[in-house]
Structures are given as C-alpha cells and as structure tokens.
Design a protein around this ligand. Structure first.
Ligand code: K1U
Ligand code: ZN
Length: 206
C-alpha cells in the first residue's frame, strides 16, 4: 500500500550566521510530504526508470517529497523508484546527520569514465532495511546530470559521493546492492526484510 503522509514539522534550525528573530515567527513551519519507501521483494524495485522530459514544478515537487522521505528515513540518498515513481531522478545529502543540510538533486544522471581502482564499502539501502554488506565499486566516476533548475552539470564523484551515486544509479536500472552479492546472501537479506516488515505490520495493528 502506498500513501502520502503530509505532516507539519520543524524544518529549519538557526545556523551560525542566522538569528531566529530575523524570521517571521512561522517561518520554521513548512509542509512536508513523506512517502512510503518500497522494500524488497516489491517488483517495482526491479523496474528500469524512464528519462525525464522536462524539469518543471511538478518534478521539483517530486524531488521535494523524495528529500523529505529520505530525511524521515535517515538516509543519505534516494531514487524516485524507491517511492514507486519510475523516473530517472535521485536526491542525496551526504551531510545529513552532521547537523547541516546540503541537498543535491540529479535528473537524468549519466555516469562515465569510472576509475580502474575499486574500493569496498559496507552499503545499506532504505529498500533493504537493517541489512548491510560490502560492495566493491570504482572509487572515482564522472557524472553528467540536470540540477533542480534543469541546468546541465558535470562533476567528478569520489569517496562517499562515488559510492552513493553508483548505488542510486543502480536503482534507476532496477538493480539493488544485494544483487552484487551471492545468491545465498541476497536470499538471506530478503528474508530478513520480509520478517521485519511483517513484525512492523503486527506492531502497527496492535
Ligand atoms: O538508496 C538508498 O536506499 C539510500 C542509501 C544510500 C547509501 C548508503 C550507504 C552506502 C551506499 C548508499 C542509504 O542512505 S541507507 C542508510 C545508510 O546506510 C546510511 C545513513 C546515513 C549515513 C550513512 C549510511
Ligand atoms: Zn538503495
């Protein structure tokens, strides 16, 4: 079941160069749309997402919802298909959890020129909650994309940025990080998530 939950929440905190009294008393209140994140073995997670035609207000609203959903789930990245929308859109905030927000948006991203050097990293996924395992990926890669305003951008991703963007790009192709693991590990991960989801449903019903 997919649902859109709209919540009024505390969305803003004063930074070092801002004072609360500089703002309207209600400026910290904003509408937030947190959508349900699909988990394995939902077949939608296997879908290949379609390119976006135009970066317009509707797409920006989707990206806002994705970011809210990602923050609410304590993630650092999210692909649109994880909330059931098969579009080539990714949001990310690698500073989330460090007390500041630096949201980033990637529309129709294309990866190229991966480094020969690869590094292992213990990955997690909001669609495979509570399961973590090592995946080896190139440690440097180029990314071409459209930003929140539809402007074309090119960047070189390294470190955690490289890990996360490759993980999210996999989602756009219907691939999960557990698909890089052995069949046994993948089956164990799916069973673990099924058990967790069942337990959560029972807790919610109680
Ligand atoms: O795609 C997703 O489900 C988001 C995923 C991104 C990701 C994390 C770690 C390695 C690769 C890709 C998550 O955010 S899972 C949550 C998580 O593992 C995490 C959260 C905060 C800091 C670090 C990791
Ligand atoms: Zn993921």
């Amino acid at each position: 079941m997919r649902q859109k939950v709209t919540t009024i929440c505390l969305h803003w905190k004063p930074g070092p160069k801002t004072r609360l009294e500089d703002f309207h008393p209600l400026a910290y209140l904003s509408l937030m749309a947190v959508r349900e994140i699909l988990t394995v073995p939902n077949p939608m997670l296997k879908e290949v997402s379609k390119p976006v035609d135009k970066v317009d207000e509707e797409l920006r609203s989707l990206m806002d919802d994705m970011l809210d959903s990602m923050y609410a789930a304590d993630g650092i990245g999210l692909a649109a298909i994880q909330i059931g929308v098969p579009k080539r859109v990714i949001v990310m905030d690698l500073d989330w959890g460090k007390g500041e927000r630096n949201p980033r948006y990637f529309v129709n991203p294309v990866l190229s020129d991966p480094s020969e050097n690869t590094l292992p990293y213990e990955e997690g996924c909001l669609s495979v909650p509570t399961y973590f395992d090592e995946v080896e990926r190139p440690d440097r890669i180029q990314i071409d994309y459209l930003d929140y305003d539809g402007k074309p951008k090119t960047e070189i991703a390294e470190g955690m940025f490289a890990v996360c963007i490759q993980h999210e790009m996999d989602h756009l192709e219907g691939v999960l990080f557990i698909d890089h693991l052995s069949r046994l590990k993948r089956q164990r991960a799916v069973q673990k998530v099924k058990k967790l989801v069942k337990q959560r449903e029972q807790d919610d019903a109680a």
